[in-house]
Design a protein around this ligand. Structure first.
Ligand code: C2E
Ligand code: MG
Ligand code: MG
Length: 648
């Protein structure tokens, strides 16, 4: 396309240049020619007139006997030769082309031929000379008239006509100029059309782009008649599984996938208008709706469009999407706000499990505002020490000794109060603060453990949670090594917790980073097990030493219809793979007893301790130290009986 454009432009410039040069040369040539020919004609006529006049004058002198006949005869010959010169030759062609010129020459020649014998028979004072003057007088008159006419208006007009005729030959070049001009104009029109198209179209899918859609939305709002209770609906769509398609099948496949999504969306019935906002985000405007019922019908229709999988490079994949809907005018009176509300609703749909669409509700905005405020505040809070760490013991179920403490983040915000760790992590992940927060948590935990140990408390290990971004995008092993060196804690005292979700989403990283950490002596725990989708083969490949059964399973123990065989299978599997097992969320004696009976190694939960501050932990560890001293006098069987739940 670009090459054709350059070729056309070069051709146009070449034609224009050649035409201009040739036209100018030709113009110059024609002007020279015409000027030259006019000069030549004028000269030829005046010479003829002058020669004839001199011949007549010499006749008169002979008649008066002032001169001999030889001069007349000489003038006669000169006149004759002048006629011969004018009758032939290219330089006198313009003269001969004058109207009446050839006749004049012939007449004159005829007269000369007729009177030649007499002219050559003349003698000085010969009365025949006077007669000859009379004989030649009419032809002299003719020559004089021709001479005068040559300078007349008519002659000038004839000359102009000749110039014009000569210029007519230049039309060819003029057409060249016009043609190149027309080509240039066509090129400009074509380019501006392409530019317009590109400015308003999404190049990948061919759908209108954001700029175009904004215009459509504004127009649609303007076109609604006030007071007529007309409504419009705006839908923003975001693909849930597009990242997976891109990551696993490549960007080429991702493009094919997006194109197919765009094609299916563009088949929605008129007057719906579809556009691509960018990435995997699309938007639909439904210009006239009666209410939510009609919106639900369109959502149903959208879902039907995606009933079939999309085939990309031999792989078949469903397009899963989250849809947010905002309604005009009740949700917002301005286009920009309407779009932002649809976006907010879409994000809510995305975050809500089992929901593919959401209508905008004002509370969603409050959530969005909260998220924005907290995002802005988090980095400051980290610097000002408003974010702190608490520690929750993980105990050996047999001895109830604290073997490990899990460090957990806490943040009290001035306006919103206590912010849950899940929200803190979510905000950090979305605002690019994940690495800062994780590093901070890791350093705090190591420092704290070193302080406990320096205080002579029983040696424990500390477990630190690693969030997805930190796990996937940073050189985790290097950071851990740096912080261990900085704080002086031994790698053997550190456990890193990675959720099953995070580990199974980034298998490649798990294979790279986990062995490095293991080599350093750091232990690895697979957190929240049972909530993710790790396959057995992945479990076998990943070097985890600890498996933490998610608290949701523990809480189901003793609920009606619960089957302990599931937990039993997890414990058997973990032990079979050489892992120790932690039961999270133990709140009741019965749960403790059950997990102990199933052979679970460790427990974590409010039954043993809630998460506490570093100072409170000192008390707990001192207490444990004293108990150890006290119970060292008991026999092993007495000690065990003391720790076990009563039901066991
Ligand atoms: P987690 O790693 O599974 O941590 C255990 C969570 O279970 C903690 O919640 C703890 O307070 C809670 N828990 C423990 N025992 C019981 C119990 O008996 N009953 C109840 N109801 N809850 C119990 P918390 O502190 O709210 O933390 C939630 C999640 O936030 C953590 O789950 C962890 O994934 C994440 N998190 C917390 N702190 C950090 C941190 O510093 N860094 C990172 N990356 N994630 C963190
Ligand atoms: Mg954890
Ligand atoms: Mg957990």
């Amino acid at each position: 396309m670009y090459k054709i454009k350059i070729l056309l432009l070069s051709m146009t410039v070449a034609i224009f240049a050649i035409s201009s040069v040739v036209s100018s040369l030709r113009h110059h040539h024609v002007t020279e020619l015409i000027t030259g020919s006019m000069k030549a004609v004028n000269w030829a006529v005046s010479e003829l007139d002058r020669e004839l006049y001199q011949f007549m004058h010499s006749l008169q002198l002979v008649a008066l006997d002032f001169e001999g006949a030889a001069d007349v005869q000489l003038r006669f010959d000169i006149l004759w030769s002048r006629i011969d010169v004018l009758a032939v030759g290219e330089e006198n062609r313009m003269f001969r082309e004058r109207h009446g010129a050839v006749e004049l020459l012939e007449n004159l020649k005829h007269e000369l031929e007729r009177f030649e014998p007499e002219v050559f028979a003349l003698t000085g004072g010969d009365p025949a000379a006077e007669r000859l003057m009379r004989e030649f007088a009419p032809i002299q008159k003719q020559v004089r008239e021709f001479y005068v006419n040559n300078f007349s208006i008519k002659s000038t007009r004839d000359n102009l006509t000749r110039i014009f005729d000569a210029h007519t030959g230049e039309d060819y070049y003029l057409y060249g100029l016009l043609l190149s001009g027309a080509m240039l104009i066509l090129l400009v029109i074509r380019e501006s059309r392409i530019n317009r198209r590109q400015a308003f179209r999404d190049p990948l899918t061919g759908l209108p782009n954001r700029a175009c859609f904004n215009g459509c939305l504004q127009d649609a709002i303007m076109s609604l008649e006030p007071g007529k209770n007309q409504q419009m609906a705006l839908y923003t769509l975001d693909l849930d599984n597009f990242k997976g398609v891109n990551d696993y099948l490549g960007h080429g496949a991702g493009d094919i996938f997006l194109k197919e999504v765009a094609r299916r969306l563009s088949e929605l019935p008129a007057p719906c208008k579809v556009a691509r906002l960018g990435g995997d985000e699309f938007i639909i405007l439904q210009p006239a709706v009666q209410g939510r019922g009609e919106c639900l019908q369109l959502i149903e229709r959208i879902k039907q469009q995606f009933d079939d999988e999309i085939e990309v490079d031999g792989h078949r994949q469903f397009a899963q999407m989250s849809i947010g809907i905002s309604l005009y005018p009740q949700d917002a009176a301005e286009a920009e706000q309407l779009m932002s509300h649809a976006d907010t609703a879409m994000y809510t749909a995305k975050k809500t499990r089992g929901t593919s669409y959401c209508f905008f509700e004002p509370y969603m905005n409050e959530k969005a505002i909260r998220q924005r405020v907290l995002t802005d505040a988090l980095s400051q809070a980290l610097m000002r020490g408003e974010v702190r760490q608490v520690y929750q013991p993980i105990v050996c179920l047999q001895t109830r000794d604290i073997k490990l403490v899990e460090s957990l983040v806490r943040w009290h915000h001035d306006i919103y109060g206590d912010i849950s760790p899940a929200e803190v992590i979510d905000i950090a992940e979305k605002s690019g603060l994940a690495q800062t927060l994780n590093e901070w948590a890791l350093e705090q935990a190591c420092q704290q453990n070193v302080r406990w140990q320096q205080a002579g408390l029983p040696a424990i290990r500390v477990a630190v949670n690693i969030s997805p971004t930190m796990y996937s995008h940073c050189d985790l092993a290097e950071i851990v090594q740096r912080l261990l060196t900085k704080t002086g804690m031994s790698a053997n005292d550190l456990v890193l917790e990675v959720t099953e979700d995070t580990a199974s989403h980034d298998i490649e990283n798990s294979a790279n980073v986990l062995p490095k950490l293991r080599e350093m002596g750091v232990e690895l725990a697979l957190d929240d097990f049972g909530t993710g989708y790790s396959s057995l083969s992945h479990l076998q490949e990943m070097p985890f030493q600890i498996l933490k059964i998610d608290k949701s399973f523990i809480w189901k123990i003793h609920q009606s219809g619960y089957d302990i065989r599931f937990i039993r299978a997890i414990i058997t599997l973990a032990k079979g793979l050489g892992m120790r097992v932690v039961a999270e969320g133990i709140e009741q004696q019965a749960q403790y007893a059950e997990m102990f009976a199933e052979g679970c190694d460790y427990g974590q939960g409010f039954l043993f301790s809630r998460p506490v501050s570093g100072e409170e932990m000192v008390v707990k560890l001192s207490h444990m130290q004293q108990q150890r001293v006290g119970s060292s006098s008991l026999s092993a069987s007495e000690r065990l009986a003391e720790t076990l739940p009563t039901s066991v």
